[in-house]
Design a protein around this ligand. Structure first.
Ligand code: GLU
Length: 404
């Protein structure tokens, strides 16, 4: 008898998490790896997080089990933070989860089952298809490459939809591309989903990391008639350098949130009270100066990255409007020789970059987009410049590459 259940055959380890861990381990072992793979900011969390966590650790109430859907004061603070001003988001509409990844999984697991299709605009975040498979559903990819600005439209979705379509996953700003749907594009997709009676899972984890003149607007706020069938995921991890605290949230109708809270009560239970207290402090403080500085410094590094990659012949690199990734097409290098090796795929190119130039990137294959690479530019300036230089030298010379 096989040890693992059938469903495990449909998934592998998260490529983003595994590559990031490998790059960090190589660095810890003394190798000068430039880590473009990590999906997180390179700063420490705002000091208010640590101060609140230290204080919380001394509150006996927080040493014990709390409400399974999260601390009431945090649910309330998240509701106030997300409410568009019409009282449509209240504490009962919010579930606090152990990271946003869990919020996404719970939402998919609660709504999707065998026989259900989920429309998945690609390039997509690597874990969505695995989560859909684990729930017993079928991901239906709708691909939009750089020529489409990495964004799908209603016609593309309509062509892919069938009677089995139960959900659309909508991520804006997107990981891995940084693409942001404009309010008009968002509204059109939301109205289409509402008309067809399709649920929308709106992953808003990068909502605060958007560069001027662009603005984030939630599909739930732009299309109020969608609200009952829209679940939104978000959190503090990406924008406040708090990925390790593992706090996220899920918002939606009170009925759905109650059911998904029941699911949480049987699986992980509530997240750590200490991390919830830290999150509460950050939300209550607003941390607008911290955020402004973060955006400004990311914006500068975004420009450095774009200038550097666009100077490499053959790379096509769109300007991302949000998050902290670029997603260049490396199509021009496939079938060519790089560092003395014939490159047949972006997966292979990513491997050559790591072994020959000690540069960690994530291959587009992890996001349903062969022919591309994902690079985070949330690195310090020296590493950023060195990394771009190594990539440039590797791609523009066909000789084996020696790292300084
Ligand atoms: N979401 C981040 C990324 O895409 C972190 C790793 C993960 O959870 O996938 O790199």
């Amino acid at each position: 008898m096989r040890a693992l259940a059938d469903r495990m055959g449909r998934i592998g380890e998260s490529v983003t998490s595994a590559t990031t861990a490998k790059a960090k381990a190589l660095r810890d072992a003394g190798h000068h790896v430039i880590n473009f793979a990590a999906g997180e900011l390179d700063a420490g969390s705002p000091p208010s997080a640590g101060a609140a966590a230290a204080a919380a650790a001394h509150h006996e109430r927080l040493h014990h089990y709390g409400p399974q859907s999260g601390l009431p004061e945090l649910r309330q603070a998240v509701a106030e933070h997300l409410d568009p001003g019409d009282g449509s988001v209240r504490a009962e509409n919010v579930l606090i989860t152990s990271g946003t990844k869990q919020a996404v999984f719970h939402a998919i697991f609660a709504l999707i089952g065998p026989g259900d299709d989920v429309l998945l605009p690609a390039p997509y975040w690597t874990s969505y298809p695995s989560m859909i498979h684990l729930a017993g559903g079928t991901p239906v990819e709708v691909f939009a490459g750089w020529e489409h600005g990495f964004k799908v439209d209603v016609d593309m979705l309509e062509r892919a939809a069938t009677d089995r379509t139960k959900m659309l996953i909508f991520t804006s700003p997107a990981n891995p591309t940084g693409a942001l749907y404009s309010p008009d594009e968002t509204r059109a997709i939301g109205e289409w989903a509402a008309r067809r009676g399709i649920a929308v899972l709106s992953d808003e984890i990068y909502d605060r990391l958007v560069f001027s003149p662009h603005h984030f607007q939630s599909i739930a706020d732009l299309v109020p008639e969608l609200r009952d069938r829209c679940l939104r995921t978000g959190g503090v991890g990406k924008s406040f350098a708090m990925t390790g605290w593992r706090i996220g949230w899920l918002t939606g109708s009170a009925t759905l949130i109650r059911s998904i809270g029941a699911l949480q009560s049987h699986t992980t239970g509530h997240p750590s009270n200490i991390a919830q207290a830290a999150t509460l402090a950050v939300i209550q403080n607003g941390e607008s100066d911290w955020l402004a500085k973060t955006r400004e410094s990311l914006d500068r590094r975004r420009q450095t990255m774009l200038d550097g990659l666009r100077a490499i012949p053959g790379l096509v690199c769109l300007e991302p409007a949000g998050a902290f990734y670029v997603f260049p097409s490396v199509e021009a290098y496939l079938g060519k020789e790089v560092a003395g090796r014939q490159v047949s795929s972006s997966l292979e190119l990513a491997e050559i970059l790591l072994t020959e130039a000690q540069v960690a990137v994530i291959a587009g294959e992890a996001f349903g987009a062969p022919g591309y690479l994902r690079l985070s530019y949330a690195l310090d300036d020296t590493d950023l410049a060195e990394g771009i230089d190594r990539i440039s030298r590797l791609l523009t010379t066909s000789r084996p590459f020696g790292v300084k």
